[in-house]
Design a protein around this ligand. Structure first.
Ligand SMILES: Cc1ncc(COP(=O)(O)O)c(C=O)c1O
Length: 408
């Protein structure tokens, strides 16, 4: 296979739309353009039927019993906002305490920060060196004012898969609502809201080879019936929980993407894991002081996150970014390069937190691409280290931490 550049290996940020998904969507932009709320003519009936079919396809992928439990949103961020703020407002009389984790995606963290400013209390559970939450810590954090546990299924940087079913069981036992941000997990690994005791679940289409601009919040209707305050008021669409015309073509794409994932997930996971392991082996066996971030087994099959001591993640990206799309753990803020809070939460120290690179394989990743990316990563890191005085000193046996740097 002739390689096509740049190679996309950043599938935790988004995924390419599957051609079958696009094909399913197109008629809903053209001849089938009706409004699903138009109850009195065939254009409306057709649009409503399409949205309901999509709802059913999404429901099936996450193990929801009733398609009515699926509320379409504009994406994962909106679903998370609706879940956490919706519960906070609805159950304010009952309590004002929320338990979440330190490594949530920004949407979850920022919603919690806002709620703190509004007078809620939030406990952020730390993670261990492997990125896993200890369920006992969650149990200890619960008070008689706790109204919500909100935690992610799989992390978007290190791919670590949390003990979701155990958290769900704990939430049931305590009678607390459990919201799970499953944006990275849905369509990649089995997710079952019934078996795992999830009451609210956030998902997004663009992470499962569907279009950008549509997501869903699963809202449990039975055992218990969960109520949330809407964040967007208007025509009362989505059973009053999310007003606004359902974007039918996008919803159809989401549904189709979900259906395909259900069919291919098991096989695709095995294939991607084998490719990921190959990439990991190539890198870790060719370079010294390269460290895997996250749990070696309990992680998404297509995720790989490695810290390369003595080099900046950003420099590795710059060395590669014309050929390969990857992500570093550092987010460029206005003046400084902040290390990723997720990698920092693992307790690896600031140097290694600055040197992490995230690889994300996907449905269309070919073996040749993995080989190319593995070889090039090793070359670039080796070249950067050759230019690094710190690496040279370390190789000469100098303890870098013991060096007394002269003040400027
Ligand atoms: C874990 C996680 N939650 C939420 C989101 C936000 O989803 P969206 O981009 O659909 O708003 C993302 C997106 O990267 C994510 O990785």
């Amino acid at each position: 296979m002739a390689l096509k550049f740049p190679i996309f290996m950043d599938s935790h940020s988004t995924t390419p739309v599957d051609p079958r998904v696009l094909e399913a969507m197109i008629p809903y932009f053209t001849e089938k353009f009706g409004h699903p709320g138009s109850r009195n003519h065939p254009f409306g009936w057709e649009a409503e039927a399409a949205a309901d079919r999509a709802r059913e396809q999404v429901a099936k992928l996450i193990g929801a019993r009733d398609p009515k439990e699926v509320v379409f949103t504009s994406g994962g961020t909106e679903a998370i906002n609706l879940a956490i703020k919706g519960v906070a407002e609805m159950y304010r009389e009952k309590g004002t305490h929320i338990v979440t984790t330190a490594i949530e995606q920004r949407a979850g963290l920022d919603v919690c920060k806002r709620l703190e400013r509004l007078g809620y209390q939030v406990t952020y559970i730390p993670v261990g060196a492997d990125g896993l939450v200890d369920v006992e810590e969650v149990r200890k954090a619960i008070t008689d004012k706790t109204i919500l546990i909100s935690g992610m299924f799989a992390n978007n940087e290190i791919g670590t898969i949390q003990p979701v079913a155990e958290i769900g069981k704990l939430a049931k036992e305590k009678g607390i609502i459990f919201h799970c941000d499953a944006t990275q997990a849905v369509g990649k690994i089995p997710v079952d809201v019934e078996a795992m005791g999830i009451d609210l679940l956030s998902a997004t289409a663009h992470m499962i080879y569907g279009p950008k601009g549509v997501g869903a919040l699963y809202v449990r209707r039975k055992n218990p019936r969960v109520r949330i305050a809407p964040m967007i008021d208007g025509g009362g669409h989505e059973r009053g929980m999310r007003s606004g015309t359902v974007p039918v073509p996008l919803a159809v794409g989401f549904g189709k993407a979900a259906e395909i994932c259900r069919e291919v997930m098991a096989e695709e996971g095995v294939r991607l894991k084998a490719l990921r392991d190959k990439l990991q082996d190539k890198i870790l066996s060719s370079l010294d002081e390269a460290y895997l971030n996250g749990h070696p087994e309990k992680r998404l099959p297509h995720n790989l996150n490695i810290s390369f001591a003595y080099v900046e993640g950003e420099s590795v990206l710059m060395g590669l970014n014309k050929e390969v799309a990857l992500a570093s753990g550092s987010a460029c803020t206005s003046a400084t390069l902040e290390p990723s809070y997720v990698i920092a939460a693992l307790g690896v120290g600031s140097e290694l937190a600055h040197s992490s690179i995230r690889f994300g394989l996907h449905r269309f990743t070919a073996e040749e691409e993995v080989e190319y990316v593995g070889n090039r990563t090793v070359e670039v890191v080796t070249r950067l280290r050759e230019m690094s005085p710190l690496y040279e000193l370390a190789k000469e046996g100098v303890d870098i931490k013991s060096i007394q740097w002269k003040a400027q």
